[in-house]
Write a protein that binds this ligand. Sequence first.
Ligand code: FRU
Length: 464
Amino acid sequence: MLDKKTFEENFVKFSGMKNKVKEDPNLLSFHIYPEAGWLNDPNGLCEYKGRYHIYYQYSPLDENKADTCWGHVSTEDFINYKREGTLIYPDSRLDKDGAYSGSAFIKDDKINFFYTGNVKYDGEYDFIKEGREHNTIKLVSDGYKYSDKRLILDNNDYPKDLTKHVRDPKIYEKDGYFYMFIGARSLLDKGLVLVYKSKDLDNFTYHMRIETDYDFGYMWECPDFFTIDSKDFLILCPQGLASETYKFQNIYQAGYFPIEIDLSKKTYKLGEFTELDYGFDFYAPQTFKDSRSRRILIAWMGMPDADYTNPTIEYKWQHCLTIPRRLSVKNGKLCQNPISEMENIRKDHERLKIGEVYEDFIFEALAKNTKDSFVINLRRDVSLSYKDGILTLDMGDSSFGRETRQVKIDTIGDIRIYSDKSSLEIFINEGEYVLTSRVYSKKAGFYSKDLDFDLYTLNSIDFI
Ligand code: FRU
């Protein structure tokens, strides 16, 4: 349990940590990272009264995840950010072991937040089948304050064949009804999504479930459901998939099913699951639609339970969010591209000719490719190479356990790279394939013996 008071009592410790963070040579320049402590999933993404609100799973003291609360930053332009402190503390019986992930839904000029209150009982339990509550809680808010924590669903409302892992609600509105999509794990260790239905955003009744008729992991976390160009997509994070040569290389995945669904008739057909990212650090993506009708995605640039790590721990912080990306649909597939605001952090432009070296870590680089093989050095000891239809990201030997990732791509037409001090986001074929990773090389040096690049130096984003 971490209420505001306990948090403030820890403040001295926390401000010491904040000073330490500032000393980190790996600190980021254009990504959202925590002031100190641990960050994971983006939560409650929305645009409200002209401001974008970005919340995230936040564990300030990074010792005991029971202090998981919702950190908060806001921005109007994705360049100037404000650190807004904490929205939700785990300060009630309903969420005493963590204010877990959730989302925002704006209605009647109010933000309705739905999230999971994590509760663990004292005693010897497995905390999967027993000893745990995952309460679905609602807050009505202006983004900064809320009235009360209202219990919407608890263990008694979830189907009886499920474990106690039922979490991460997301709302979708259709034909006058509100549907809540929640990730879950069955007693038979099958991942699935539960759908609840409501007329008023207060009373939800069980509606249907979405699952595969083949094995596809034991748990589905962080579902998101939305429509682009009249096509429906179900994003989720399955856990428990076996790795294949060019697929599912991380411990857990983040991807989507194209889905044909009739919510009123409770019928659906899932298309092929496609990963949203092929790098080392991408999980728990969440999307929202803004007032310009853009579907924007932000993900956690991290990976739970991975066997690689981050040297930032020494400086008292871990993880960041990806840059915001706009989703679009091409040939039935979701593509991700940096939102256009990212162009506003561009500073100087140069044409980096074949063989020329840019001696810094922070840049944006764009190339057109006509070759069927190439090598690009992202750092002197980190490379991205393409040969025989396989793209390989090789992290060298200084990326704290990250080694190589490979993806099959028939042809590569264009490449766009965002490189921050300790992160890489690589967009291929206008966002058809993306590779996102933390990187901790000390050897700056961006060059290619095969391709010319348009290179931009970049300004930092500002936090006040
Ligand atoms: C995904 C996740 C969610 C959960 C949250 C807890 O990374 O495990 O399912 O709500 O993190 O921090």
